[in-house]
Design a protein around this ligand. Structure first.
Ligand code: ADP
Length: 574
C-alpha cells in the first residue's frame, strides 16, 4: 500500500509521543516509589528511636521476655513488626513471631549495614512471611559498643494500593496528554501534508496538459515559496508552449503553402510529416505514418532515401512519378537522425530543355549538309581563284571549318547528353589510344615546334570503356594543350593507382586563371575569346571531355598556373 506523506508524518509523531509518554511514566513511577519508600524509612527511623528508648534499659537487664511481651502489644498498635536482635544476630523478641523459632539474623542486609553504627535499611521479599517488606535496623549502643539492634519492618502490601492509586492517576493524566498530543499530531501532520498534496495534485493536472493550474497556500513558509515558484514555472511554460505552438502553426502554414512537396522521414523510415503537395505527388492523402517506400512507391525515390539513410549524406536526383519529372533533394538532419525530402516539379523545365536540345540537334543536322556543300565548293574553287581573291577564300574556308566543327561538336554533345546514351563498352588499352591521339596531332605540334612525350607505367591495366569516345577525349585534351602552348612541351603520363588508371595531360602553355578554372567545362565558355577563335576553338571541347569522363564513371581535375601551364588529370576505373 502506498504510504501518504500524512501517514508518514503522523506515524513519526505518534512514535515520538508514545516513546516519550512511556519513558515519563516508567521514570515517574520509579521516582515516586523510591521517594515514598524514603519517607517510610524516615518514619520508621523515628519510630525505632522511640522503641529504642523504651527497651534500652530492659535490654541492659536482659529482660528479653518483657521486651517480647511489650513489643507484641505495641507492634500491632503501630501496625509495624518490631524485632529485637542481639549483636551476634540472635533474635530475642519479635512482635509477630516466637523469637526462639527464628533463625540468626546477623546476615540480613539491614543488620550488616547497621553493624557500622548507622541505621540500615533493606527492601526485599521476606521468606518468613512470604511478602515484600521494608526493613529498618537501628543499632543499640552502649558507649562505642553495639549491644543489639531494633529492627522495624513494614509490609509493602499496605503501601502498594496507595502507590497503585497514584500510578493510576498519573497514567490517567498521561492518557489525557497522549490524546491531546495525538489530536495535535493529526492536525499538524495534516497541515504539513496538505500543501504537498495540493502541489502534487496540481503537478499531476499540469502533466496532463492543464497549463492554467495554480496552487494558492495560506502558509507563510517555504511551502508558500514552493507554490509561488510552481505557479511562476507553470506560467512560463504556458507562455513557452503558446509561442511554440504558434511557431509550429506558422511553420505548418509555410510548409503547406510550399509549391514543392515536403516529406520528413524519421530514423525508422516512417513518414512523419508531409505537405499537401507531397500528398498530391504521391496520389495518396494518407502517406503520413507509412514507410517511405510504401508512401511513394517509386524505385528512384527509394534509392535516394536509402542512400541518405545509409551513408548519412545529402543526395539529389531526378525521379519520374506519373509522367511528371521531379527534382528530389534529400538532406540528412544529424541532430534528429531524420531526412527531409523536397520534390520540385521540373517537368516544364525539362520540356523546355528538351525543346532547346531538339532545336540544337535539328539546326545542327540542317546546317551540316549545306556546310559540307559549301566546304566542298570552296575547296573546288580554291585552286582556280586568282591571288587577289585568295585571301577571301581563305577567310570563307576558315569560318566554314569553324562552323563545321561547332556543328559536329554540338551533335556529339547532344548525343552524349541524351539520357540512356549507350557506350560501346570493351576492354581498352589506354596507352594505345593516347599514342593514336598523339599521332593524329603530331603535325600540329611540329608546326608550333612543340615536343610531345608519353610516359606510361610498364603495366597499365585495360579499362572498360568506349574506345572511340576515349580517343575523342584525349584528342580534345591534347589538342587544347597544343593550342594553348606557344613553346615547350606537352606530356601525357599514364599510371595505375589502386583500382584506377590515371592519365595526366600536362603542358607548359599559357595556363588558366584561377577564377576561370571552375567554368571551363561549361558549354561555349572560353577564357580568351580572340585566341580561341584564332585557333579554331568552339568552346565545346572540354564540355565533351567532361561528359565522356562521366559516362565512364570517372572524374577530371585541373591544376593550372597562368604563364606556367596546365595539367588535366583524368581518373578512370579499371
Ligand atoms: P576551345 O574549343 O575554345 O578550346 P574548350 O572547351 O576545349 O574550348 O576549352 C575551353 C576553354 O578552356 C578554352 O577556350 C581555353 O581558354 C581554356 N583551355 C582549355 N584547355 C587549356 C589549356 N590546356 N591551357 C590553357 N587554357 C585551356
Amino acid at each position: 500500500m502506498k504510504r501518504t506523506i500524512f501517514t508518514k508524518i503522523l506515524s513519526g509523531y505518534l512514535v515520538i509521543i508514545f516513546s516519550l509518554c512511556s519513558l515519563i511514566l516508567i521514570f515517574s513511577f520509579n521516582t515516586i516509589k523510591s521517594h515514598y519508600i524514603q519517607l517510610l524509612e524516615q518514619d520508621l527511623t523515628r519510630l525505632a528511636l522511640s522503641v529504642k528508648v523504651t527497651i534500652a534499659p530492659m535490654l541492659e537487664e536482659k529482660k528479653y521476655n518483657d521486651i517480647d511481651a511489650l513489643i507484641k502489644t505495641t507492634g500491632p498498635e503501630l501496625n509495624t513488626r518490631i524485632t529485637i536482635i542481639l549483636s551476634d544476630g540472635t533474635v530475642v523478641a519479635d512482635s509477630e513471631k516466637d523469637p526462639h523459632t527464628m533463625e540468626n539474623h546477623k546476615a540480613r542486609p539491614e543488620i550488616i549495614e547497621a553493624s557500622n553504627g548507622n541505621p540500615g535499611s533493606s527492601l526485599r521479599f521476606s521468606a518468613t512471611i512470604n511478602e515484600e517488606m521494608l526493613y529498618l535496623a537501628l543499632p543499640l549502643k552502649k558507649g562505642n559498643e553495639i549491644e543489639g539492634y531494633v529492627r522495624l519492618s513494614l509490609h509493602l502490601k499496605d503501601i502498594n494500593p496507595l502507590l497503585t492509586k497514584l500510578e493510576i492517576s498519573i497514567a490517567g493524566i498521561a492518557a489525557v496528554i497522549l490524546i491531546i498530543s495525538v489530536i495535535g499530531a493529526v492536525f499538524l501532520a495534516r497541515n504539513l501534508a496538505r500543501p504537498i498534496k495540493d502541489l502534487s495534485a496540481a503537478s499531476k493536472k499540469f502533466a496532463e496538459g492543464d497549463f492554467d493550474v495554480r496552487v494558492f497556500l495560506n502558509n507563510k513558509d517555504e511551502m508558500r515559496d514552493l507554490a509561488d515558484n510552481f505557479n511562476y514555472m507553470t506560467g512560463e511554460i504556458r507562455n513557452l508552449f503558446g509561442e511554440l505552438s504558434s511557431q509550429k502553426d506558422e511553420l505548418h502554414g509555410i510548409i503547406s503553402s510550399f509549391q514543392a512537396g515536403v516529406i520528413l522521414i524519421d530514423k525508422s523510415g516512417t513518414i512523419i510529416l508531409c505537405n499537401e503537395k507531397a500528398k498530391q505527388i504521391a496520389g495518396n492523402e494518407m502517406i503520413s505514418g507509412k514507410s517511405f517506400w510504401e508512401g511513394l512507391r517509386n524505385p528512384d525515390f527509394n534509392e535516394i532515401v536509402d542512400n541518405v539513410r545509409m551513408n548519412r549524406i545529402n543526395k539529389e536526383g531526378e525521379i519520374e512519378i506519373c509522367s511528371r519529372i521531379y527534382h528530389c533533394s534529400a538532406s540528412y538532419i544529424p541532430a534528429k537522425d531524420e531526412i527531409i525530402v523536397l520534390l520540385h516539379d521540373i517537368t516544364e523545365l525539362k520540356n523546355i530543355e528538351k525543346v532547346k536540345k531538339d532545336f540544337v540537334v535539328n539546326v545542327s543536322h540542317e546546317l551540316r549538309t549545306p556546310l559540307t556543300a559549301i566546304k566542298g565548293y570552296v575547296e573546288t574553287i580554291e585552286d582556280e581563284i586568282d591571288d587577289k581573291n585568295r585571301n577571301y577564300i581563305e577567310i570563307i574556308k576558315r569560318n566554314t571549318d569553324r562552323l563545321v566543327n561547332i556543328v559536329n561538336d554540338l551533335l556529339l554533345l547532344s548525343e552524349l547528353e541524351e539520357k540512356g546514351t549507350r557506350l560501346t563498352i570493351e576492354k581498352v588499352n589506354l596507352k594505345g589510344i593516347i599514342e593514336n591521339s598523339i599521332k593524329a596531332l603530331e603535325h600540329k605540334a611540329r608546326e608550333k615546334n612543340i615536343e610531345m612525350k608519353v610516359e606510361a607505367d610498364e603495366k597499365v591495366p585495360l579499362v572498360r570503356g568506349d574506345p572511340f569516345k576515349l580517343e575523342q577525349l584525349f584528342i580534345n585534351l591534347i589538342d587544347n594543350a597544343i593550342k594553348y602552348t606557344d613553346q615547350g612541351k606537352v606530356t601525357v603520363t599514364l599510371r595505375c593507382e589502386a583500382s584506377n588508371v590515371i592519365a595526366k595531360v600536362t603542358d607548359t602553355g599559357i595556363g588558366i586563371p584561377k577564377e576561370d578554372l571552375s567554368r571551363v567545362f561549361e558549354r561555349f565558355y572560353v577564357v580568351d575569346k580572340s585566341r580561341s577563335k584564332k585557333s579554331g576553338g568552339t568552346g565545346l571541347g572540354l564540355s565533351i571531355v567532361k561528359h565522356i569522363v562521366m559516362l565512364h564513371n570517372g572524374r577530371i581535375d585541373i591544376e593550372s598556373t597562368p604563364g606556367e601551364g596546365s595539367k588535366f588529370t583524368v581518373t578512370l576505373p579499371c
